[in-house]
Design a protein around this ligand. Structure first.
Ligand code: DAH
Length: 358
């Protein structure tokens, strides 16, 4: 036994406890004093060598040492924990008088908002969404849409051509979303009711044209689909989109190679001293192209024109956004200028969605 007596043992343990200045140091004191081979344990074991009264007295004395030192050990443990907590409180103090940093919240781009609105309207009419690649083959972008090589309509598209491959085939950046019609008709059996929004590309750049812009294509194919369905669907769309229940809508005969007959859709408006008001007045504003799917296009997709008929339509999303939200210039749409975004953008929770309704 260290020092020979229970008093000396007690003094030794208490001193070690006192000297421990951290939880780790105190833990090693616990092992040294009370562990399996600790000082007190050794002393207890040595009792076996004593006899009678001497053994009883020594046993009692050691039990008292054990009680005193263990109580001291626990007190030290609590004191160290408290000290550590106080140190942390002092260090980690938060200065609540500091003024808050300004937070900037992101805005939803008017184009995203326009697309959300459009999707919500067509979703209520039972349309689903389809997609196709931005880099298209000449076949899907032109030929299968009844725009064969040398067709004059090819010139109107200001196409971006890719470098031809080893076989002389050159892909194009799709000039419209109409190729998604073809891809959908190749892969899906009628009835079909899809809209296909996406990026489109033409070599054109001014206040109302950007080399990359967005279109949304629509296609309905089934049995006995008529021009009446086309008109009903698009009149409903125009009125819902502009939020004007009696918006005048006019179908003006036009020409697209992929539809027959074809029409352009105009909405009623008033132009007055540089301002445009949608919904009344004697003027008209063109907003989309449409028509009955040309039987030649159906044949390209192996669909029997005698059995199935349909209509298609296509519109420019930037144009719709500019008209609805009074944005005069298209170019800043893609400039990532935050001042423009703050002016024309929408609060995130304000965006209509298919789930929330309009
Ligand atoms: N693809 C046409 C364009 O880029 C828009 C269009 C017109 C799409 C009539 C159609 C349609 O599906 O039927 O100008």
């Amino acid at each position: 036994m260290a020092g020979g007596t229970p008093q000396a043992l007690e003094a030794q343990i208490l001193q070690a406890i006192e000297a421990a200045d951290s939880a780790v140091a105190l833990e090693s004191v616990r092992v040294d004093a009370f562990g399996k081979k600790g000082w007190l344990t050794q002393a207890m074991k040595a009792l076996g060598a004593l006899e009678g009264d001497a053994r009883r007295e020594m046993g009692q004395a050691l039990n008292r040492v054990k009680e005193t030192t263990q109580t001291a050990w626990e007190a030290r443990r609590d004191a160290l924990a408290l000290a550590e907590m106080n140190t942390r409180l002092a260090i980690e103090q938060a200065d609540v008088s500091l003024s808050p940093r300004p937070e900037s919240i992101g805005m939803v781009h008017p184009l995203s908002r326009t697309l959300e609105e459009l999707l919500a309207i067509f979703a209520t009419m039972g349309f689903t969404m389809a997609e196709g690649p931005d880099i298209e083959s000449d076949y899907y972008n032109f030929t299968a849409l009844n725009i064969p090589p040398e067709h004059p309509a090819r010139q109107d598209h200001d196409t971006f051509y890719m470098t031809p491959d080893s076989t002389g085939n050159r892909k194009v950046l799709r000039t419209h979303t109409s190729p998604v019609q073809i891809r959908t008709m190749e892969n899906t059996k009628p009835p079909i009711r899809i809209i296909a929004p996406g990026r489109t590309y033409r070599s054109d750049h001014d206040a109302t044209h950007s080399p990359m812009f967005h279109q949304c294509e629509g296609l309905v194919l089934g049995d006995g689909i008529t021009m009446g369905h086309l008109k009903g669907c698009l009149i409903e769309f125009c009125r819902s989109f502009f939020g004007i229940a009696d918006l005048p809508v006019r179908f003006r005969p036009s020409y697209f190679p992929f539809t027959e007959p074809s029409a352009e859709v105009d909405i009623g408006c008033r132009r007055e001293s540089g301002t445009l008001t949608i919904g009344d007045g004697g003027d008209w504003l063109e907003i989309l192209g449409c028509g009955m799917v040309n039987p030649k296009v159906l044949e390209y997709c192996n669909i029997d024109p005698e059995a199935h008929q349909g209509f298609a339509f296509g519109m420019g999303l930037e144009r719709l956004a500019m008209l609805k939200y009074g944005i005069p210039d298209l170019r800043p749409f893609f400039d990532s200028d935050l001042r423009w975004m703050r002016h024309y953008g929408f609060m995130p929770y304000d965006v209509p969605s298919v789930h929330l309704g309009l």
